[in-house]
Design a protein around this ligand. Structure first.
Ligand code: UD1
Ligand code: UDP
Length: 374
């Protein structure tokens, strides 16, 4: 009898990072067959992750185009996944999070009546349009799924409110598994190139890319960063800037001329974890970074108006500061000036996981196949 076949499909940097521990766990399981299909919705940023985690995809759809729209990605993933699923014949397809790759791959699987498992299920904001299009993507994935790997009890409760109570497993977020895997492997790295410019300063590590922050939000963030480095001469900004040309075109001119602001290319995951270890504070609109930084005792300011990740705020390691200049500067000022507040945030427990999420997902998958085969 052939072993149950699990196909992992992802395409962006954050999903690759968060699926890598699941792929490793499945590959190590001799009772299951693991296949990896990447859409390459992100090309360069995905490849950086595949290399760090030594994952060689079975199929690479290579579908990224410059300035792609969500419609482009949806259509290409749906059409190109269909023959791949027909050929590989998986018994379960795992998708991740809220990207368009995840949503369209789940839909393609549903159309072929292949069960879908959703890793990082149950995240919700109250507003269907924020974040856009991610809030709709993850809701659609949850409607299409059979297995739900909820990172926290809060996510499990959100699913229950929508009537989804069976096939739900609370596992922790696999990003913590990924972070710990890399953290234990980076001591050998040389001093990073940006160290020459920024070494000796308290580093504010910054990322921003979300569609709802484009234009006004990004301009506000840039203004806030300039004010902060002027007000605190012992600080400097390290900003690895997303490959999306819209973000680069908007942020570049606003920030590139300051001696204590370094705009750098996206760092590979090892280099980014190293940067987090060197940093004093993170300012970001990223989902993944706010889940992983607390494991490195690094306080996080989330530059968004609405969040689906409330657990970090409740735990005290994360603050939601909005996308207005004054709010960002005010919150950062408080943390940069008050060692007590800083310490409190830095030492709060990470509520997103303990590094065992992939093993829990594996156990749940075995249970699913055990029941299915029984
Ligand atoms: C996507 C996800 C978003 C996720 C983010 C993580 C959707 C709709 N959006 O947004 O949920 O938070 O990834 O980073 O799924 N590009 C490159 N090289 C790369 C990556 C991107 O050149 O390695 C450029 C291309 O011009 C591409 C553009 O960035 O067309 C946008 O990429 P896309 O994946 O559509 O959107 P993101 O803003 O990255
Ligand atoms: N990251 C990285 N290099 C960078 C910036 C981020 O490896 O230069 C990692 C980061 O550690 C986190 C993930 O990428 O795990 C977050 O990706 P992104 O912000 O693109 O997406 P989001 O989490 O917002 O969906």
């Amino acid at each position: 009898m052939r072993r149950p076949r699990v196909l992992c499909c992802f395409g962006t940097r954050p999903c690759a990072i968060k699926m890598a521990p699941v792929v490793h766990a499945l590959q190590a399981a001799d009772d299951l067959d693991c296949q990896v299909v990447v859409t390459a919705q992100h090309r360069q940023m995905l490849d950086q992750v595949l290399e760090i985690f030594r994952i060689t995809p079975d199929v690479d759809l290579d579908l990224m185009t410059a300035r792609q729209t969500v419609q482009d990605v949806t259509a290409r993933v749906l059409l190109q996944m269909t023959p791949v699923l027909a050929e590989l014949q998986p018994d379960l397809v795992l998708v991740h999070g809220d990207t368009t790759t995840g949503m369209a791959a789940a839909l393609a699987s549903f159309y072929q009546q292949i069960p879908v498992g959703h890793v990082e299920a149950g995240l919700r904001t109250p507003d269907l349009m924020i974040p856009f299009p991610e809030e709709m993507n993850r809701r659609v994935i949850d409607r299409l799924s059979t297995l739900f790997f909820a990172p926290t009890p809060t996510a499990q409760e959100a699913l229950a409110r929508e009537g989804i109570t069976s096939g739900v497993f609370v596992t922790g977020n696999t990003v913590v598994d990924a972070l710990l895997y890399v953290r234990d492997r980076i001591d050998h790295l040389p001093l990073p190139p940006w160290h020459e410019q920024l070494g000796g300063y308290r580093i504010l590590l910054v990322t921003a890319h979300r569609r709802e922050s484009w234009d006004e939000g990004l301009a506000n963030i840039a203004r806030a960063l300039r004010r902060l480095v002027e007000e605190f001469p012992d600080t400097a900004v390290l900003f690895p800037i997303h490959k999306n040309p819209v973000v680069r075109e908007q942020m570049g001119p606003l920030l590139e001329d300051h001696p204590r602001i370094a705009l750098v290319e996206p760092l590979d995951y090892e280099a980014f974890v190293q940067a987090m270890r060197w940093s004093h504070l993170v300012l970001t609109d990223s989902g993944g970074i706010q889940e992983e930084a607390p494991s490195l005792n690094l306080p996080v300011l989330v530059m968004r108006d609405v969040t689906e990740r409330t657990e970090g705020i409740a735990a005290g390691c994360v603050r939601l500061v909005g996308t207005q200049t004054a709010g960002i500067v005010g919150a950062a000022r408080e943390i940069l000036s008050d060692p007590g507040i800083y310490q409190h945030m830095a030492t709060a427990q990470n509520p997103y996981g303990d590094g065992q999420a992939a093993e829990k997902i594996l156990t749940a998958i075995r249970q699913f196949f055990g029941n299915a085969l029984a």
